[in-house]
Ligand binder design. Structure first.
Ligand code: OMP
Length: 241
């Protein structure tokens, strides 16, 4: 079914705002083009769960980007809480380990079944797209190349029963080869040729990421900071078609 997704269904827009009004205004402007909005911690701490309910009311799916990373029991509790809001997808850091990821998945399934809602897709964050090769080795203290670390985490996430991983466009092919076509790849660090790279290090154009087999692209500033966000979204869609 996923193979039949239209390009606009593969793009998640990151609503990185410090207030709910701006976020909802942007969602409204993009509403007839984009189906899934990503809510991150900046917005969530200002709006609380109301932003999730408002976006659902407007007909959007929500990717709750909470990047949980804690002891297994705490992450299981947090996963239960976020699942209760009916989100389409949420994420945890693979660095939390196998047990943490398994407990997150179990808690999400249990809460969804108890509430009679769809089980959210659970995605593991491998290495952030703002992490360069030098940062990985020298600051984070992981030896070897970025792809090796991303693949290690992707396999661990699959073993834990997660639905996919967040990685950069450069690792899509290797993840597909190691984990199969059904294991979701959610790709931020997306930059059309005409957009600035900002703080992202491992970037790729939307067309290249989809050609490499990405299931979903996460796009923030290239759309939300554009003079005309709707036109930017349509231009990206045009480029990927
Ligand atoms: O989990 C994420 O969504 C995420 C993981 C990652 O490795 N890199 C990354 O940029 N993100 C998120 O994706 C979005 C990218 O935004 P832009 O750089 O503005 O396109 C932000 O909301 C980030 O929090």
């Amino acid at each position: 079914m996923r193979a039949n997704l239209r390009p606009e269904e593969k793009i998640f827009v990151a609503l990185d705002y410090d207030n709910m009004d701006d976020a909802l205004r942007m969602a409204e402007r993009l509403g007839d083009t984009i189906k899934t909005m990503k809510v991150g911690l900046q917005l969530f701490f200002k709006s609380g769960p109301e932003i999730l309910h408002r976006l659902h009311e407007m007909g959007f799916q929500v990717f709750m980007d909470c990047k949980f990373h804690d002891i297994p029991n705490t992450v299981a509790g947090a996963s239960d809480s976020v699942t209760a809001h009916g989100v389409y997808m949420f994420n945890v850091h693979c660095a939390g380990g196998l047990e943490m990821m398994k407990r997150a998945k179990e808690a999400a399934i249990k809460r969804a079944e108890a509430s009679g809602i769809q089980v959210p897709k659970l995605i593991g964050v491998t290495q952030l797209t703002s992490t360069s090769q030098a940062m990985l080795n020298e600051e984070i203290g992981i030896a070897g190349d970025v792809q090796r670390s991303v693949l290690h985490y992707a396999k661990l996430a699959q073993q834990a029963g997660l639905d996919g991983v967040v990685a950069s466009g450069h690792e899509i092919a290797a993840i597909r080869e190691a984990c199969g076509d059904q294991f979701l790849t959610v790709i931020p660090g997306i930059r059309p040729a005409w957009a600035a790279s900002d703080d992202q290090k491992r970037i790729m154009t939307p067309a290249a990421a989809l050609a490499a087999g990405a299931h979903y692209l996460v796009i923030g500033r290239a759309i939300t900071h554009a003079d005309d966000p709707k036109a930017a979204a349509l231009r990206i869609l045009e480029e990927v078609r």
